[in-house]
Design a protein around this ligand. Structure first.
Ligand SMILES: C[S@@+](CC[C@H](N)C(=O)[O-])C[C@H]1O[C@@H](n2cnc3c(N)ncnc32)[C@H](O)[C@@H]1O
Ligand SMILES: [Zn+2]
Length: 279
């Protein structure tokens, strides 16, 4: 039996149909579902390295850190944000979903996409009823025009032009960005310049214009005491610490405890070309 999908072929852009464990387009390009259940739509010329995106160590650190509960208030914040609550039964894409923590906690018809095969493999092993896809979020996205109700992008690269193409006219784009002083205690020890992150949300909104206009902003901020294992995982999983000196990293790894600020802004945006409401 063939089932229509909203996925498109990365080779020719036509719609993919699912038949058994294979997605196939009308021109005969085909993509098998892996044994873990994900579909790899990343063609070799669409990536710069053979293992793009977060590597296995970063993914495992991120998985352990989420499992430790340190970001539970953040997860609840996203789950109960007004936009997600309104759209809970609809179709949602998490673009740059990592190991799938936030999408796994949501409901509805869910698509999780990441350029890292390790991330998607890890996500697919745990969350079975989500559609997991390996693809490059900064290229043409493998989704049909106007096929999604919500796009979520948390701490991941953003592609406003493509988001606008694949989102339904009345759909919502939700961006999760670091808020004021997010992780400042760790950043001041590990980064040469630890900015206050006051501007991050505004910068994200500006980057999404002219395709999107911001309609809502929610802010979460809390203090959390981390133990040594959580500190090590947070350092490992956070891209801004990649270039920190090994001396600074070693100093931080010696801490048994650290109190951190977790601060997050959720921006809800709508398509700028959306028809104005009837008066
Ligand atoms: C900081 S992590 C955030 C992951 C997840 N959103 C979360 O909050 O747990 C950034 C993610 O973006 C992914 N990524 C980086 N470049 C990408 C691209 N061009 N297309 C899709 N995903 C990308 C990485 O592999 C990584 O999983
Ligand atoms: Zn094709």
């Amino acid at each position: 039996m063939k089932t229509e999908t909203i996925l498109t072929c990365p080779a020719c852009d036509s719609l993919l149909e699912l038949s058994g464990q294979t997605c196939r387009c009308a021109k005969g390009h085909s993509f098998d579902r892996s044994k873990e259940g994900y579909i790899n739509l990343l063609l070799s010329h669409q990536r710069r390295s053979s293992h793009p995106g977060d590597d296995a160590k970063m993914i495992q650190a991120r998985r352990r850190f989420f499992d430790s509960g340190a970001f539970d208030p953040l997860t609840n914040f996203i789950l109960h944000s007004s936009c997600i609550a309104q759209h809970s039964s609809l179709s949602i894409l998490d673009c740059g979903c990592g190991e799938g923590h936030f999408l796994g906690a949501l409901s509805g018809t869910r698509f999780g996409m990441d350029i890292s095969k390790e991330a998607i493999r890890c996500a697919a092993k745990r969350y079975k009823d989500v559609n997991w896809i390996v693809a490059n979020g900064m290229r043409k996205l493998p989704f049909a025009d106007q096929s999604l109700d919500v796009i979520l992008s948390v701490l991941a690269p953003r592609n406003p032009e493509e988001f606008s193409r694949i989102l339904k006219p009345d759909g919502a784009l939700i961006l999760g960005v670091p808020g004021p002083n997010h992780l400042i205690e760790l950043r001041s020890q590990l980064a040469t310049h630890a900015g206050d992150f006051e501007e991050k949300a505004d910068e994200a909104a500006v980057k999404c214009a002219p395709h999107f206009s911001e309609i809502h902003r929610e802010i979460l901020s809390y203090q959390q005491t981390l133990n040594a294992a959580q500190i090590a995982d947070l350092v490992q999983m956070t891209p801004i610490f990649w270039n920190s000196s090994s001396e600074a990293k070693a100093r931080v790894q010696e801490l048994n405890e650290l109190n951190i600020t977790v601060s997050f802004v959720l921006l809800t945006l709508q398509r700028s070309d959306r028809a104005p409401p009837d008066l």
